[in-house]
Design a protein around this ligand. Sequence first.
Ligand code: ADP
Length: 200
Amino acid sequence: MKDDNVVWHSHEVTKQSRAQQKKQKPCILWFTGLSASGKSTVADALEQKLFEMGHHTYLLDGDNVRHGLNKDLGFSDRERVENIRRIGETAKLFTDAGLIVLSAFISPFRSDRQMVRSLVEKTEFVEIYMSTPLRVCENRDPKGLYKKARDGQIKNFTGIDSEYEVPVSPEITLNTDESDVNECVNNIIDFLKSNEIIKE
Ligand code: ADP
């Protein structure tokens, strides 16, 4: 519960000065899509490329966050909402620190993604929809989760017995059944350059 005596403190070193020091525009690259659609793989490869280019990044990954910050949360609709809210606030803090934040979470609900979008400035949220079809994701099944969900061993699994709400107007759409990892990464780099988030 928020205390009325807790007042926001403005500091002398600002978001803008931290960003200038890093010679980049901070932003959130928000990957969304079904399990096994390629979010982690592409985010990982993209972070490596940005890192090699001298950028300052941080990758928030679904499974990793659930080991720490969100380890008290399960997969009910209410807990998924809280999961994304905490991740959004964390991503906002890292943006304030001047970083390019990559996040790889299924984030199945439009309202949650919209909530995170509304936390930062308009140009700072880049929604990357991994449109890889369910059939392909289920065939990949790298962690055997789809099989468990089909067998009823996992409940509320997105795409099986929990809904995935397709983004209405994502900044970038990638289908990893049609494009390899390199093509996906280059596609995102092109977007970042043409929107002056990173330099040519
Ligand atoms: P998610 O983070 O969306 O759950 P992952 O990246 O963990 O997905 O898993 C995607 C799986 O698909 C990996 O096993 C990866 O090797 C495979 N894959 C095949 N082609 C691609 C591609 N073009 N892009 C990303 N992943 C791919």
